[in-house]
Design a protein around this ligand. Structure first.
Ligand SMILES: Cc1ncc(C[n+]2csc(CCOP(=O)(O)OP(=O)(O)O)c2C)c(N)n1
Length: 588
């Protein structure tokens, strides 16, 4: 946040609201904006045309702009920016805004609004976007005067990126963009009442350390907040100091290396047996930046029934929301973990003794590894495809996923060794997230490989952003895992609706031809149908770095995601395959 170059009001440059918007974006360091112009926001596009600092990327749908802003934010740690006109432009941003809200991604959405006097008259392209997005933004502004634009932009970026990150919307009326006012950049953000607590309370951390010392079956339940806090190194130190096993939620994959012996994998509905079993049998959950999401807890009343709970989160509203915390800690996870480490290090004789617990969990991990059977008819296994993409590309690449079976397989079979390399729509579960999020990520880290692992259903929702990628020189690689169906829904129909496949057959074996579609959008189109072809197409995709590449993998449509806890049931009911449950009888 640039707050040092305060300009005196006297003699300040007189600018249009549109010019001051662009200047404000320059002040906050917003170097990329994803958007589409239209009537109400049009004045802003004129000075944007001249900006030497802000790169505007013309997307093909505003939803794409929003997800691209998310992807950019996730990989750079900066605020992602999207821009749209009033009415339908703004409402097309609703899905990515809700997505960013659920997954705590810092984005600022700038929308044009009809002129102030027309507000409330059902004017052409009028939509009450601040009203619509009230429950899905961290904050939003309706700006009606040119002189208020710099302050609103400064505050929006501050709110989006501090405390628990999230989306902020700035809706600016057309007449405010057209009016003139002296440009004044506030010396500091003036938001009385907004003071996110980052430093944890010492007493609470001491209480937490006491519980840790006394525990015999503790688990570090690690969520996306640890990624956002950049606390991967601290987490590793805490885990290794104490020997406490770690589970990483869908949003936290990679924050603790999968190759680390203490990592039990992902908990929840499609979690590993070891992670789910560890939480269920734990006597102490140390929840760091996680939110006891229903996809993790399953039936809440039977979740981790014997465990005390330490719950650390930067957002006090999360604590005791779903599960009552014995020790609540409000604070930034990096600071919480650092303080815990120094307390625990000060009394090494108080560290918990976990050899029995660890060997029980290592045994579970060994007996119930995640795995899959190859189809007997020689067709392609989707899990194998995703695993090979990860193995041939490596853990330094960035991976975005869509929503569905392919997302869960990606969460299990990609190489998660580094924090912040994994982008997916965890909270909202938004089909269509993958392609634009991968695009935004590639803009943020142009020198890294960015793969999108998408489903044939999801891909058909937002693939048009590949046109943007082709024209703007954004060479992402997209794998379309084509199982000819809305696979995750089909899986539920198989398991819970007696195989009655109502409206889940996408007929993508006939239409569209993904290879031709890719080529029509200016990308390289590749295809693999047999296991023998897999490595060659992945290597070919990896060798092309000047154009976007789409690889269609035609896979078996009956592959299922395992393990699975059926919705609403207890995590104790986890199945490793159809009608196959782990044996829990060896109690410790
Ligand atoms: C926008 C949206 N609409 C509907 C759904 C419900 N839904 C969840 S997964 C899924 C199927 C996804 O199909 P596909 O992209 O082919 O992936 P697959 O599960 O086959 O890997 C659907 C329809 C959703 N999550 N998001």
């Amino acid at each position: 946040m640039a707050d040092s170059d305060d300009q005196p009001r006297q003699g300040a440059e007189v600018l249009t609201g549109a010019q001051s918007l662009v200047k404000s974006l320059e002040q906050v360091g917003a170097d990329v904006v994803f958007g589409i112009p239209g009537g109400a926001i049009l004045p802003a596009y004129d000075p944007l045309y001249d900006s030497k600092f802000v790169r505007h990327i013309l997307v093909r749908h505003e939803q794409g702009a929003g997800h691209a802003a998310q992807g950019y934010a996730m990989v750079t740690g900066k605020v992602g920016v999207c821009m749209a006109t009033s009415g339908p432009g703004a409402t097309n941003l609703v899905t990515p805004i809700a997505d960013a809200y659920m997954d705590s991604v810092p984005i600022v959405a700038i929308t044009g609004q009809v002129a102030g006097p027309s507000i409330g008259t059902d004017a052409f392209q009028e939509a009450d976007i601040t009203g619509i997005t009230m429950p899905i933004t961290k904050h939003n502004f309706l700006v009606r005067r040119a002189e208020d634009i710099p302050g609103a932009i400064q505050a929006a970026f501050h709110i989006a990126s501090t405390g628990r990150p999230g989306p902020v919307l700035v809706d600016i009326t057309k007449d405010a963009l057209q009016a003139t006012a002296p440009f004044h950049w506030p010396q500091q953000v003036d938001l009385p009442g907004y003071r996110p607590v980052t430093k944890p309370h010492g007493k609470q951390v001491r209480e937490a350390a006491k519980l840790i010392s006394a525990a015999t079956r503790p688990v570090l339940y690690v969520g996306g907040g640890v990624v956002k806090a950049g606390a991967s190194a601290e987490l590793k130190e805490l885990a290794e100091l104490t020997g406490i096993p770690v589970v990483t939620t869908l949003m936290a994959r990679g924050v603790f290396p999968d190759s680390h012996q203490q990592n039990l994998g992902m908990p929840g509905m499609h979690g590993t047996v070891a992670a789910v079993g560890a939480l269920q049998r734990s006597d102490l959950l140390i929840s760091l930046g996680a939110r006891f999401d229903d996809r993790v807890t399953g039936q809440l009343s039977s979740f981790a029934p014997l465990a005390k709970v330490i719950h650390a989160d930067i957002d006090p509203a999360e604590i005791s929301k779903n599960r009552v915390a014995d020790v609540p800690i409000v604070g930034d996870c990096k600071e919480v973990i650092t303080e815990l480490i120094s307390l625990l290090k000060a009394s090494p004789d108080q560290l918990p003794r976990l050899s029995e617990w660890s060997s029980y969990l290592q045994d579970l991990k060994r007996r119930y590894p995640t795995g899959y059977d190859l189809p007997e008819d020689g067709s392609l296994s989707p899990q194998y495809v995703i695993q090979r993409i990860g193995e041939l590309t490596g853990p330094d690449a960035y991976y975005a996923a869509g929503v569905g079976q392919h997302q869960m397989w990606a969460a299990h079979y990609l190489p998660f060794e580094r924090p912040g390399r994994w982008l997916n729509s965890g909270g909202l579960g938004t089909m269509g997230y993958c392609v634009p999020a991968a695009m935004g990520a590639k803009v943020g880290v142009p020198d890294s490989v960015v793969w999108g692992i998408d489903g044939d259903g999801c891909f058909q929702m937002t693939n048009q952003e590949l046109v943007t990628c082709a024209l703007e020189g954004i060479p992402v690689k997209i794998a379309v895992i084509n199982n000819q169906s809305l696979g995750m829904v089909r899986q539920w129909q198989t398991l819970f609706y007696q195989g009655r496949y109502s409206n889940t057959d996408l007929k993508t074996n006939r239409v569209p031809d993904f290879q031709k579609l890719a080529e029509a959008m200016g990308c390289v189109g590749l295809r693999a149908e047999t296991p023998e072809e897999v490595d060659a197409v992945i290597e070919k995709a990896l060798s092309i770095n000047d154009m976007p590449v789409v690889v269609e993998f035609v896979v078996h449509k009956d592959a299922m995601v395992w393990p699975m806890v059926a919705a609403g049931t207890s995590n104790d009911e986890i199945k490793v395959a159809r009608d196959m449950a782990p044996k829990w009888d060896e109690e410790i």
